[in-house]
Write a protein that binds this ligand. Sequence first.
Ligand SMILES: [Mg+2]
Length: 216
Amino acid sequence: MGKNFDAVVFDYGGVMITSITNKFVPLAERAGTSVELIREVVMGPLGISTNHPWHCAERGEIPLEQIQAGLQPYADEYSIELFGDEIETVYSNTQSGLTKPYTIIKPMIEKAIEVQIKGFSIALLTNLFTEFYPTVKKELADVNFDAWVASSEEGTRKPETEIYKRTEELLQVKGERILFLDDFEPNLFAAQEVGWSTIQVTDPLDAMKKLDNELS
Ligand SMILES: [Mg+2]
């Protein structure tokens, strides 16, 4: 067992499944704007927590179906025209008619199981709408996480300090003993602020190698 850590915490989007960011390309093209701007209008400002409806839904304060109606002021700010189906498009399966808007990264799921067998506690830490939690639980049913930390259940989201503290509490592990994998830098910085060690996941296979090194 590695000397430095007692627990490994895994993000979901971009770590256990592929990122949904590519869904913004057609939306940006249609609106005649950049991916960055349409993404900010739809998902709120990056790297901070605000009262943007997407952030509110991630904290479980409003249902998913209320996000779209709240986007107009953000679109107005950048003079971007909305078509009313932006939220639906981000999560739609219609591009191929069959597939989900993301793919499950099976090796990472297997890695989480392996890490737990080696004796580390494992947790899931995800910014997640209430509506998607049952799907995520089903997809990750093979993983017996010691703690499931979903923002909409906890009423706090990454990168808010509170959700990291909540994870420590649920795991009963101090921040200094936690290693965290996330694809989004601001979430990692916030974790480092409370003493966690981090691995940024850009290429999952590469991140798994880093994880092995850290735990050996
Ligand atoms: Mg992520």
